[in-house]
Design a protein. Structure first.
Length: 119
């Protein structure tokens, strides 16, 4: 829809259809762009988790980073991590469980902050 320059100014809250079901801002919104609030929230969560991970041993940190792709790499299987570290798949699973429990215990007091949902 092109609005000729000689028409009156429009508010983005104005309806653009006869049935008054569609507002102009619905046509202007870029739904493919990431929500800026989501980006800020995700960055804050990443920062909190990164600070919490310092309580883990190097091996536990490596396991979680590799398992969940936290360093930007592809997620790895327990078996692949085990080969990388010279451990059995079961031992990697146990270490992963222990590391996650440590993080859970540490982050539990901040649960409300971490579980915040955006509108």
């Amino acid at each position: 829809m092109i609005i000729p320059y000689y028409q009156r100014e429009k508010s983005i809250d104005d309806f653009v259809d006869a049935n008054e079901e569609c507002r102009l801002y619905n046509l202007l919104a870029d739904t493919d762009s990431p929500n800026p609030l989501d980006r800020v929230y995700n960055k804050e969560i990443s920062s909190i988790v990164a600070r919490a991970m310092v309580v883990l041993t190097d091996r536990e940190r490596t396991i979680l980073q590799d398992r969940y792709g936290l360093t930007g790499e592809e997620e790895m299987t327990l078996e692949a991590i085990g080969k990388k570290l010279g451990l059995s798949r079961e031992r990697v699973r146990q270490l992963e469980r222990d590391a996650k429990q440590k993080l859970f215990t540490l982050l539990q007091p901040r649960r409300n902050e971490l579980c915040h949902t955006l509108p």
